[in-house]
Structure formats: C-alpha cells, structure tokens
Design a protein around this ligand. Structure first.
Ligand code: CA
Length: 239
C-alpha cells in the first residue's frame, strides 16, 4: 500500500483487483507510468480505501470477493463523481449499458495491454478535466456548424446565434464534449441536473426537444442529436 505525501503530484489510482497476476502487473506497470497505485483485493477493501483516502480514478474489476464490482461502483457513485473504469474478464456476461448507467466512465476487457489501459485512463481524466475547466480556459467547442463559446455562454449555428437556457446549454456542452459517444439518460441527468432533477423522466426529453428545435435544420429528423433508443442520446460525429 502506498501513501501520498503533500508535494506528490502523481495521479492516484485505486486498483480493486483480486487476481494476483493482474495485481502485480498493474502495480508495477502503472507505477512505472508515473501513477500512484493503491491496491484493494476485494470490493469491501476497495470501498474502505475509497472512504479513507483521496483518489483521482478507480480501476475496478467486476468479479470480486465480498462486494461485486457493480455494487462498489454504485456505492462510490452514490456520493462521488470519481472517475471509474470497469475491468471485465473475457467471456464474462457484461451489460455495457448497465455499466454506463450505474456511472462507470469507461470499461476495458481482460486481457488488455498496459498501453491501452493507460491510454484509457488518460482519456477519462482528460474528459473529466474538460467538465471542470477553469473559466479562464477560453473554451470554445466546435462541431460541424455548431459553435459553443463556453465562457461567454453563447451558442451559434453557422453565423446565427441561438439563445439557450442554462440546462439546454449544459446538455449541448456535455454532448459536444463527447462527440460520437452515447450518453445515457442517467449520465445526462446526473451531470446536467444532479440533485436538482425533480421532474419525471420526461424532463430530459423536453429539453432535448427544445434544443433540437433551436439547432436542428429538421428537428423531426435530427442530424446532430440522435436518440439511441432505450439508452440515451448521442451527438453524431459525422455531419
Ligand atoms: Ca476478479
């Protein structure tokens, strides 16, 4: 078990993994990549460490003794926005949609290459940084003819400015930060409304509908924001 000292700027990763061969490989490999690695060997230990210490990301095996990876993920999500990458074994019945719905940021399947895993870790952290970007970052998101000036809170379709309400803006920003990626209803609700979401499940759809009416050429056949039935919405990466 590693301890973090104050000047240590390394990214702190909690690895919850019970397979000895993976534990060793991850500990050595991720440490060599410059990460600060803490190992938990079952779900219960993982949750105790999560409560006791501060981490930047959790690498979470699904099949774990005592508390399953899914339950660990749910418990962490109940109180925290900490990035979570789920690791599943090859051949394991895995419901990807469920994993994203319970709040996992990404998933990898064993066996994986360390290089691939490190790339996923960095990508998840980068995406998260985008959400909490400081106001002085002068962030402008561009997607086809859509332009979102995050600092100025302005949205343009081509040259024309469209007036978005706060939640519509936040929704579009989230979609534009994840082009081509399905964002589940739960993720969208959680990131845009958080605990403020008091309406029924239609609230999200109403906002998407209004957003489409403002940015789509044909809101009935949306080219930007498409519906992934039963899952969520996606900003189409091609247009
Ligand atoms: Ca396992």
């Amino acid at each position: 078990m590693t301890t973090t000292s104050a000047p240590d700027q390394r990214i702190r990763i909690l690895v919850v993994e019970d397979e000895e061969s993976f534990v060793d490989a991850l500990n050595i490999g991720l440490t060599r990549e410059g990460f600060d690695v803490t190992i938990a060997r079952d779900g219960q230990e993982g949750l105790s460490l999560f409560q006791a210490k501060t981490f930047d990301l959790v690498l979470l095996d699904l099949m774990l003794p005592k508390v399953s990876g899914l339950d660990v993920c749910r418990s962490i999500r109940a109180t925290s926005d900490l990035p979570i990458i789920i690791v599943s074994a090859k051949g394991e019945e895995v419901d990807m949609v469920l994993m994203l719905e319970i709040g996992a940021d990404d998933y990898v399947t064993k066996p994986y290459r360390l290089r691939e895993l490190v790339a996923r870790i960095r990508a998840v952290l980068r995406r998260r940084e985008g959400h909490t970007a400081a106001p002085e970052s002068e962030e402008v998101l561009i997607h086809s003819s859509l332009r979102l000036d995050v600092d100025a809170r302005r949205c343009y379709v081509g040259e024309a400015e469209v007036k978005l309400r706060k939640k519509e803006f936040a929704l579009l920003q989230l979609l534009m930060e994840n082009p081509g990626r399905v964002l589940t209803r739960e993720v969208l609700i959680d990131r845009v409304w958080g605990n403020d979401y008091v309406g029924d499940t239609k609230t999200l759809d109403v906002h998407i509908k209004r957003l489409r009416s403002l940015i789509e050429e044909d809101p009935k056949a949306p080219a930007y924001i498409t519906t992934v039935r039963g899952v969520g919405y996606r900003l189409e990466s091609t247009k």
